[in-house]
Design a protein around this ligand. Structure first.
Ligand SMILES: [Zn+2]
Length: 393
């Protein structure tokens, strides 16, 4: 079967030294799923685009490798050119309905600059891809971290996302999407795409490029795009990631986030790496307010060793895959339909699939139970916790 390459691997535009946004679109003759891969949504994370370019070069000329569509897109082009995370605003914190509607209107009237323009261009390209899809649509978002350490995946807890992620032999972190507002993956996850974030290692470490490439090969397979004949590179990709994550737990959940405010003077203590164990009371960082010590036992994630960014560090903790299996059973049985039978739990009067939990009544493990059933925390409303069911679970 033939594969037509709609866009060839990206050419760098000599006049601006800027990449094209569409790095490549490989459309198999055979109908199948679509994988949209976005790299370098943060401009100081070149391994995303680098890994995609390596993969497209590797695929080049093999007309039997893909069924469906692989669409590869570069994220923040201007910041990538300048080697900074972003120009004006973080391009991975501004994907909300309100902002997007507003920007689309402004784009028509007065034109846009910096990240607003990047976001509208990305939206248009992704919308175009989605309209051309011939099967289920998967989205992989490639990032890297300022600290070193093992690569890992970030999933929103839907059963389909878990299945998509399960062939990547790296730790999977749950719970980050509830903490981070306006991420691209949350936006497209709410529109029915099956999403996965991948963090490939330290920003400028050459191995991060190889790991990003390996992650795309594995995701091509788990999304059902790879046909046959790519066994050796798939095996090498598995090996590469498994080696870099050796000895680490498979599933971890977020326990704590340290947010950095404007002018905090936040400084991490040196030499922390992803998944390093930390204990309650351990000195992790300093800011204008003094020492910052770990409030819990766990493992540190994404300690901030760069100037830009609002997240000082996260602490995650491993949990047994038993809970994932149990929640699969509960969700298949649609236990979510009877949660309002629980004491202290009411349907939200206006918002569909949303409940209010009276924390004085449903005190014990309320949020944990809702997590098992596929809900996410949606904020606090007085003494009530607001939770809503993820669409498309
Ligand atoms: Zn990033």
């Amino acid at each position: 079967m033939a594969v037509s390459v709609i866009a060839a691997p990206s050419q760098i535009d000599a006049s601006t030294s800027r990449r094209q946004r569409l790095l490549g679109w490989v459309r198999g003759d055979e109908v199948g799923p679509m994988l949209i891969v976005v790299g370098s949504l943060h401009g100081n994370e070149p391994s995303g685009v680098g890994g995609i370019e390596q993969l497209l070069t590797g695929l080049d000329g093999d007309t039997e490798a893909i069924r469906g569509d692989l669409v590869a897109i570069a994220g923040n082009l201007l910041a990538l050119e300048q080697g900074c995370r972003y120009q004006v605003r973080d391009l991975n914190r501004c994907w909300t309905d309100e902002r997007i509607t507003n920007m689309r209107q402004r784009a028509q009237r007065e034109g846009l600059v910096a990240e607003d323009r990047e976001e509208v261009e990305l939206l248009e390209m992704i919308d175009e891809a989605i309209a051309a899809a011939r099967g289920p649509i998967f989205m992989l978002d490639l990032h890297s971290t300022s600290s070193g350490g093992s690569p890992f995946g970030i999933i929103s807890d839907t059963l389909k996302s878990r299945d998509f992620a399960c062939h990547l032999p790296v730790p999977m972190v749950l719970g980050l999407e509830e903490e981070l507002q306006g991420t691209m993956l949350s936006y497209f996850g709410d529109r029915g795409l099956i999403t996965l974030g991948f963090e490939s290692g330290q920003h400028d470490d050459p191995i991060s490029v190889d790991r990003a490439e390996a992650a795309v090969w594995i995701c091509l397979d788990s999304a059902g795009l790879l046909t046959t004949g790519r066994g050796p590179i798939y095996q090498r990709s598995q090996q590469r990631l498994a080696e870099s994550a050796r000895g680490l737990p498979r599933f971890l959940e977020l326990r704590h986030r340290h947010e950095v405010g404007e002018g905090d003077g936040f400084r991490m203590e040196p030499d922390f790496v992803n998944f390093q164990r930390v204990h309650t009371g351990q000195l992790l960082a300093r800011d204008r307010g003094g020492e910052i010590r770990s409030p819990v036992n766990g493992r540190i994630l994404m300690p901030l060793y760069q100037a830009q960014g609002d997240d000082g560090f996260f602490i995650v903790r491993e949990f047994s895959s038993f809970w994932l299996r149990l929640s699969r059973v509960l969700r298949r049985a649609r236990f979510d339909r009877i949660v309002h039978w629980m004491p202290g739990v009411q349907r939200h009067p206006r918002e569909p699939h949303t409940y209010r939990v009276n924390r004085h009544v449903a005190r014990w493990f309320a949020l944990e139970i809702f997590h098992l059933l596929g809900f996410r925390r949606h904020g606090v409303d007085g003494d009530k916790l607001k939770v809503s069911r993820r669409p498309f679970d």
